[in-house]
Design a protein around this ligand. Structure first.
Ligand SMILES: [Fe+2]
Length: 209
């Protein structure tokens, strides 16, 4: 018997005010797996496929969320205040979606991707430079990121319906897709080249005096 066992008995019975620091142990579930049995009436292969695709969507949504914060901080020019606020509003909405998607994965018995390194390796959204870019470029980048996600969403929504996962289908359509479509509208309207102060004169009608 080891010295500690002789004097203290099994560790689980020790009563002590000392926090047990620096603990470590093997993982209890590997990434990319789902728990075998859940009372959801959704078979394991369905939950495996859906959680894998949800993790792709999660990585892309986390990247879009962070792209909004980068844009919020780095935007410049005459529309600074308006865009600074708009980008942060969209950031907050994307952050809520991140939580909904991540927790859907957990509900289905899977494991959500979480850390920046793993997200960076997984996302399909193009990496922006660290430096500051012009407003039209910021807007274009955000719209392109939305488009990547929307394309993925439409196909995934069809598939989730086909394999009977109505809960995921509802999340994809009602929450993620609808939010993304609305945000794209708000961004795109900033790229319409409309006069700000002086209206463009209408061309004279042919034959007018
Ligand atoms: Fe801020």
């Amino acid at each position: 018997m080891r010295r500690r066992d002789m004097h203290q008995g099994p560790t689980s019975t020790i009563v002590s005010p000392q926090p047990r620091l620096h603990q470590n142990a093997a993982e209890i579930q590997a990434y990319g797996t789902v728990t075998h049995l859940l009372p959801l009436d959704l078979e394991e292969p369905v939950r495996l496929e859906v959680t894998e695709r949800l993790n792709q969507l999660l990585a892309d949504t986390m990247t879009l969320r962070d792209l909004y914060k980068k844009s919020h901080w780095q935007t410049a020019g005459p529309t600074f205040y308006q865009l600074h606020l708009l980008f942060d509003k969209h950031y907050g909405e994307q952050a809520e979606l991140v939580d909904l998607i991540a927790e859907r994965i957990q509900v289905l018995g899977g494991l959500s991707i979480a850390m920046a390194h793993d997200v960076a390796e997984t996302t399909r959204i193009l990496r922006p430079p660290r430096g500051r870019e012009e407003v039209p470029v910021q807007l274009s980048r955000l719209i392109d990121a939305h488009q990547t996600i929307i394309r993925e969403l439409r196909e995934f929504a069809r598939r989730s319906d086909e394999i009977g996962d109505a809960g995921t289908n509802d999340l994809l359509v009602s929450d993620v897709l609808r939010t993304s479509e609305l945000q794209v509208w708000f961004l795109s309207e900033h790229l319409v080249n409309a006069p700000l102060v002086i209206a463009k004169e209408a061309p004279e009608k042919a034959g007018a005096a």
